[in-house]
Design a protein around this ligand. Structure first.
Ligand SMILES: Nc1ncnc2c1ncn2[C@@H]1O[C@H](COP(=O)(O)OP(=O)(O)OP(=O)(O)O)[C@@H](O)[C@H]1O
Ligand SMILES: [Mg+2]
Length: 294
């Protein structure tokens, strides 16, 4: 659907996006995961035609993203809120709907729909500057959806959001995606990418380090599961794998259940045991040598 080919963007000496290529497939939810300053927002801006790449191309269904026809297909909820604080949500939605040339009747329907799915119906006549961070974020997303785009780009949609709004946003994104909308979800929270996204692109220092479905990323770069626990009894002639400090035991393994079964059969008794599977944090660490969050 959207093809990014060898895209480079520089700010002076800094290469913010360094020769990135990938494709967004119709109907998927693609995560752009990377730490602060990785180049996520710059990439989004080029996808919607707000920034021109220094080199490389972006094509949406074969066309440039800054043509009028293409722009109607894309909705973007930018990281920096794009709302008029002195206006009400109804006025904001109406204003942006008019920019897209919606007819009066259509506009009325769409505004009513947007207020409902954003959970802002009972605040429709209050000014935005009185809203919580979560309400503003929800409205920012609703504005992006007013003209019924087929591709929705969300840049850090849960920053500054309380847990209730966060869950509202997650359920909402899942529903939109289930209804067929293609979604790009930018975040530096790996749990969000892990919950919402079919595929995840891992970006750091302007480079695309990996892009794949999460199980594949975990299998390729995630390393092993970590088993840890307290041991109550170890048979005297038993050679225990892993490390044991006092009675705290730890072992990395690709087959944690097999290991535990073998130990139990050999007479090892456990007080407690946990298995932590590899996660995207481990993938990121493996690829970059640093943790995702500062
Ligand atoms: N207008 C600009 N002028 C100069 N440098 C910029 C500009 N916009 C971004 N940068 C720099 O480009 C790099 C990439 O920034 P970008 O905003 O794309 O990262 P990001 O992954 O979205 O980060 P964050 O998680 O903080 O939003 C950063 O080093 C940033 O400081
Ligand atoms: Mg950003």
């Amino acid at each position: 659907m959207l093809v990014i080919d060898q895209v480079v963007k520089r700010y002076g000496e800094l290469v913010a996006v360094n020769n990135i290529s990938f494709e967004i497939k119709r109907g998927e939810c693609l995560g752009l995961l990377g730490p602060n300053g990785a180049g996520k927002s710059t990439t989004i801006s080029m996808m919607v035609g707000l920034l021109k790449p220094d080199s490389g191309t972006v094509r949406l269904d074969g066309a440039s993203p800054d043509s009028n026809a293409t722009r109607r297909l894309i909705g973007v909820a930018p990281q920096a809120l794009s709302l008029y604080e002195e206006l009400t949500p109804r006025e904001n939605l109406t204003f942006f709907g008019k920019l897209y040339g919606l007819s009066a009747a259509k506009l009325r329907d769409r505004v009513a729909w947007a207020l409902k799915i954003a959970g802002l119906e009972d605040r429709a006549r209050h000014r935005v500057h009185t809203f919580s961070g979560g309400m503003k974020r929800r409205l920012n997303i609703a504005v992006a959806l007013i003209h019924q785009p087929t591709l929705l780009l969300l840049d850090e949609p849960t920053v500054g959001v309380d847990p209730q709004s966060r869950n509202h946003i997650f359920d909402w994104i899942e529903q939109l995606n289930a209804d067929g909308m293609t979604i790009v979800y930018t975040t530096h929270y790996m749990e969000e990418a892990q919950r919402l996204c079919d595929r995840v692109a891992i970006i750091d220092h302007g480079k695309l380090l990996a892009l794949d479905a999460i199980p594949q990323l975990l299998a390729q770069h995630g390393g092993q599961s970590v088993i840890s626990g307290r041991l109550e009894h170890i048979p005297s002639d038993f050679s225990l794998p892993g490390t044991l400090l006092e009675s705290d035991w730890r072992l990395e393994s690709e087959q944690p259940f097999d290991v535990l079964t073998r130990l139990a059969q050999s007479g090892v008794r456990f007080g407690s045991v946990q298995i932590a599977g590899p996660d995207l944090e481990a993938v990121f660490l493996k690829l970059t040598g640093r943790v995702l969050r500062d």
